[in-house]
Design a protein around this ligand. Structure first.
Ligand code: ADP
Length: 412
C-alpha cells in the first residue's frame, strides 16, 4: 500500500509517500518513495521534493491554501517528470495518513477519519489552538484533492500517552477544573517515543512487559517519556508542549507565578507573556543568541551565556532521568532521538556525564564515533543501563498505522 503521509502546519506542510504492508513491516523494509516540504502557503510558496534524498524539484509557485499545495504536489508527482517507482497516477496512492497533534481524551489510538472524527477534532481546538486547526485544514484539503472515497487515518501525538495513570496525568489543582475543562497532562511526541521504544524492543529482543525504558526526544521541541511495561507511564510535556524540558525557545517547567509577574512588569496581557515563554525563552532566551544547537555549541567556549544555556538544557534532562528512574525502579535503557539527540555529540556527553553511580557508564569514544542516521549503542559493555541512539521516524509510524487501520489489523 502506498500511503501519502501529511503533516500540516498553519502555513506549511511536510509530506512523504511510503510503501508499506505486512511483509515490508515485518522485515522493516518499508520504502519512502518521495518526500517534500511546502512553506509559506498563502502566497509565493516554496516547494521542494526529494527522491532518494536527491532534490528533484525546487520551485516557488503561488499557492493560496493547503488544497492548492497538495494538488500542486500530486499533479507534479504523477506528471512523470521524474519517475517515482510505483506512482503513475492518483490511483497509485491508496490512503492518506495525517499527523494529528491533539486527540484529547477522545482518541487513545489512531483512527479512520470520519465526519464524527473531524467534529471531535473541531471540538478540541481549544486544547490545541495552534496545531489542530492546521491538521483539520489538512484533512479537509486532502478530502478535496483525493475525494471522499480515499481512506484517511489520523495518528495522534497524544495517543501513546493515554496510558498514563491519573497520579501522573493530573495536576494538583481542584479536581472540578479537570472534570469541567479537561485540564490535565496530555503529552506530545507520542508517535516518536512509541517508535523508538518499539525499535529498542526489536533490536534487543525484549518483550512488551520488559520494556521499561526512558526515551529522550531532543529537538527544537523536546520531551522525555517514562515507559513502563511498554506503555507511556509519565511524560515531560503537559497540557501543552510548554511544560517539561528546557527547549529551543520554550522555558519548560516554571513557577506559574512568574507569568503574572512578567505581565505586571512588562505591561503585557496573558498572550504576550505566554509568547515570551513559548517563543523567546529556552536556550535562545538564555543565550541571547539562537535556538540552533550547532551554533550554541560553536559559541560555548567563548560565550558564557551559550555555555549556561546548554548546561541548563542538560541539567533539566538529568533531573528527569533521575525522576523517571525512581518511577521505574531503575531502567533498562536510555534512548536518544530527535535532531539534537541523534546528532549532538556534545549534548549527549553533557547529559550522560557523572551518572555512573546510577548505573550509566557512557562510552565517550562510541559517542564521538556514532554514525549519523544509524541505530547505535553508546554505553560501555559493562554498563548496567544501556544507552542508545535510535533515529526517530514518525512518518513511518503514520504510514504503518494507516495501513493497519485500513486493513483492520492491530497497530504495533
Ligand atoms: P523539531 O522537529 O522539533 O523542529 P529537530 O528534531 O529537527 O526539531 O531538531 C532540530 C535541532 O537539532 C536544532 O536545534 C539543531 O540545531 C539540532 N541539530 C541538528 N543537527 C545537529 C548537530 N549536528 N549538532 C548539534 N545539534 C544539531
Amino acid at each position: 500500500m502506498n500511503v501519502f503521509v501529511l503533516n500540516c502546519g498553519s502555513s506549511s506542510l511536510k509530506f512523504q509517500i511510503i510503501k508499506t504492508g505486512d511483509d515490508l513491516m515485518e522485515k522493516n523494509e518499508d520504502i519512502t518513495l518521495c518526500k517534500g516540504l511546502v512553506e509559506r502557503i498563502g502566497g509565493p510558496a516554496m516547494v521542494s521534493i526529494k527522491v532518494n534524498d536527491k532534490t528533484v524539484l525546487d520551485t516557488e509557485p503561488v499557492l493560496h491554501d493547503h488544497t492548492q499545495a497538495i494538488k500542486y504536489i500530486i499533479d507534479w508527482i504523477v506528471s512523470g517528470e521524474v519517475s517515482i517507482p510505483g506512482i503513475k497516477s492518483l490511483a497509485d496512492i491508496n490512503a492518506v495518513g495525517h499527523r494529528t497533534v491533539h486527540g484529547a481524551e477522545d482518541f487513545n489510538s489512531s483512527v479512520m477519519i470520519t465526519d464524527e472524527v473531524i467534529a471531535s477534532l473541531e471540538a478540541n481546538v481549544e486544547l490545541a489552538p495552534l496545531h489542530n486547526p492546521a491538521n483539520i485544514m489538512g484533512i479537509r484539503a486532502a478530502i478535496e484533492v483525493f475525494g471522499h472515497d480515499m481512506p484517511q487515518v489520523a495518528v495522534f501525538d497524544t495517543a501513546f500517552h493515554s496510558t498514563m495513570p491519573p497520579e501522573n496525568y493530573l495536576y494538583a489543582i481542584p479536581y472540578e477544573l479537570y472534570k469541567k475543562y479537561k485540564i490535565r497532562k496530555y503529552g506530545f511526541h507520542g508517535t516518536s517515543h512509541r517508535y523508538v521504544a518499539e525499535r529498542w524492543r526489536e533490536i534487543t529482543g525484549h518483550n512488551v512487559e520488559e520494556t521499561n525504558v526512558i526515551t529522550l526526544h531532543l529537538g527544537n521541541g523536546a520531551s522525555m517519556d517514562c515507559i513502563k511495561n511498554g506503555k507511556s507511564f509519565d511524560t515531560s510535556m503537559g497540557f501543552t508542549p510548554l511544560e517539561g524540558l528546557v527547549m529551543g525557545t520554550r522555558c519548560g517547567d516554571i513557577d506559574p507565578s512568574v507569568l503574572e509577574f512578567i505581565m505586571k512588569k512588562e505591561n503585557l496581557d496573558v498572550a504576550g507573556a505566554i509568547k515570551i515563554l513559548n517563543k523567546d525563552s529556552g536556550v535562545k532566551g538564555v543565550s541571547g543568541l539562537t535556538n540552533d544547537f550547532r551554533d550554541l555549541e560553536g559559541a560555548m567556549h567563548d560565550n558564557p551565556r551559550a555555555m549556561l544555556a546548554l548546561n541548563m538544557f542538560a541539567q533539566r534532562i538529568k533531573k528527569y532521568i533521575g525522576s523517571y528512574m525512581a518511577q521505574l525502579n531503575g531502567t533498562k535503557a536510555l534512548i536518544f532521538t530527535g535532531g539534537i539527540g541523534e546528532n549532538s555529540i556534545t549534548m549527549r556527553q553533557m547529559i550522560m556525564e557523572n551518572l555512573e553511580q546510577m548505573g550509566i557508564i557512557f562510552d565517550s569514544e562510541k559517542n564521538k564515533n556514532f554514525k549519523r542516521g544509524v541505530e547505535c549503542l553508546l554505553s560501555a559493555d559493562n554498563s548496567p543501563i544501556a544507552v542508545y541512539i535510535i533515529p526517530t521516524n514518525e512518518e513511518l509510524v503514520i504510514a504503518r498505522d494507516t495501513f493497519c487501520i485500513i486493513s483492520g489489523i492491530p497497530c504495533m
